[in-house]
Design a protein around this ligand. Sequence first.
Ligand code: 9UX
Length: 69
Amino acid sequence: MERIELTVEGMTCGGCVNSIQNALNGRAGISNAAADLESKVVTIEFDPAVIQRAGLVQAIEEAGFDVAA
Ligand code: 9UX
């Protein structure tokens, strides 16, 4: 299992936090995703054999948010 921290733009309330977590948790290869509103950081634990950074970014973007470079 690997851990990555992504900074997400546009996450401005608790609903956003839930949206992002729901978009990630339950997806194949993701064991846990936790978003922190104050720091805008989403910490994701994932299996790199199943999903990689690009897939994580895509899932967040599909939920309507942008990931900082
Ligand atoms: Mo709250 Mo977050 O209305 O988009 S869910 S700002």
